[in-house]
Design a protein around this ligand. Sequence first.
Ligand SMILES: *Cc1c(COP(=O)(O)O)cnc(C)c1O
Length: 233
Amino acid sequence: MNEQDLNLYIGNNINKIRKIIEDTCKRVGRDSKEVMLLAVSKTKPIDYIKSAINKEQRVFGENKVQEILDKYEHNLDVSWHMIGHLQTNKVKYIVDKVDLIHSVESLKLANTINKEAQKKNVVCDILVEVNVAEEDSKFGINIEECETFIRQISELPNIRVRGLMTIAPFVDNPEENRVHFRKLKEVFVDINNKNIHNVNMDVLSMGMSNDYEVAIEEGSTIVRVGTGIFGVR
Ligand SMILES: *Cc1c(COP(=O)(O)O)cnc(C)c1O
């Protein structure tokens, strides 16, 4: 696609998704300012990101450390979120470059993020990844372990637990994921009500291209949309 076509294509997609977010929020009595659209740009070249920036999109999600580093080099005026599985030995490369890590699912990883954040004198915002549907193929802690895990990592001074994230199962009918989104929201509210020292969660990252409407209806505050904005990968 040439630059003009790409701008048009991505611009239209973003407009369409913003409108759906707006309409969905209205339908369930939510303020659409509570819902952030995270543009998942993994595997897509920098031109695609620039087209989204032309539409005032400012927050991008990536799932590979090397790709974040490559794209970070371009010095775009945007914010990066790490949404993919993160190996402890790579934490040091991105801890001061991303504004939110969505995928914290082990004590070892949390400790490493804390340690590397300390070295760089930053506090790192993180989400705990929860495997709500308990799929063997997915990373994430189980719902029952959530509170204990959060209590443990809440002690780490250079980490701030901002909320929960889930990758719901791949389904044909997004309604099938409603039960999982509802469950995660429940856990989110429950844990917040425990008044754990240092834990004040305000982010619920759930919903992707095929199920973000349902996720918003169930309380999502970040929807992670890749295909819907940039096309198939
Ligand atoms: C790729 C990815 C997405 C976006 O998926 P789409 O179906 O393309 O919207 C969202 N979240 C995570 C963690 C991903 O890896």
